[in-house]
Design a protein around this ligand. Structure first.
Ligand code: SF4
Length: 232
């Protein structure tokens, strides 16, 4: 383990048991190590039916499982119910990132997380999604508040995982672990839009399974439309 210095974290209500919705290993790496350093007992809930195609989904999930096993953290592998995701995204295919489709996408993933938390005795849930600078923190926190509201005794922990050096440590941990580096947010529409942007700027389309943090790149990672970012 590294020598990272962090403040002691305090989940809402002084609780020590948390359900962590994780979108991918790069985003959750810092969140996981920060909670471990504070003695917080947590379980990872991986529910991301937005990720397309299945190969990319498995790549992201496998990296997260590998890191959870390394730290001995329980990992719940939830459904890949893409039919429901597409049903909810219908009519929002051309929404920009951070728009209405993304609100739906956060809501859907968090609703399932909140239900699991409620049914399995977790008083607090949080998410790795907000650590990415490509995401709108307020949009994520509003979703968290919305999905936990129906459950008495369940809170959404809106901790800003980026602050206090968290964003830099996310990259540091990703390089140390040589995590898979996704190059688009996750859904088929973000893949389409990122590739359109890449073509317009003379770059090759995304090749799945190619980039890993800490390894040499043939060309710089995309810096436009939410690259990786659920994760980067
Ligand atoms: S761009 Fe990302 S957050 Fe938005 S709908 Fe697609 S996968 Fe979900």
């Amino acid at each position: 383990m590294n020598e990272i210095q962090r403040p002691v974290l305090a989940p809402p209500g002084g609780e020590k048991k948390v359900l962590l919705h994780s979108c991918c290993a790069p985003c959750s790496g810092e969140v996981m190590e920060a909670m471990l350093a504070s003695g917080i007992e947590y379980t990872i809930f991986f529910y991301n039916p937005n990720i397309h195609p299945r190969r990319e989904y498995e790549l992201r999930k496998d990296e997260n499982v590998r890191f959870a096993e390394k730290h001995g953290v329980p990992f719940v592998d939830a459904d890949y119910d893409t039919d429901n995701w597409y049903a909810r995204a219908k009519g929002m295919e051309w929404e920009p990132e951070r728009g209405a489709r993304c609100t739906m996408c956060f809501d859907m993933r968090f609703e399932r997380t909140a239900l699991y938390a409620h049914e399995n005795g977790f008083p607090v849930m949080t998410s790795s999604l907000g650590i990415s600078r490509w995401k709108n923190k307020a949009q994520i926190n509003e979703s968290g508040a919305r999905v936990t509201a129906p459950y008495a005794g369940l809170s959404y922990w809106d901790f800003n995982w980026r602050k206090g050096g968290g964003a830099a440590r996310m990259i540091e941990i990703s390089k140390r672990e040589q995590f898979y580096q996704q190059e688009y947010c996750g859904c088929i529409y973000s893949l389409r839009d990122t590739n359109r942007h890449r073509r317009a700027t003379g770059r090759r389309p995304i090749e799945l399974g190619k980039l890993f943090y800490g390894m040499p790149e043939e060309e710089p990672a995309e810096q436009g439309l939410t690259p990786g970012a659920d994760g980067q």
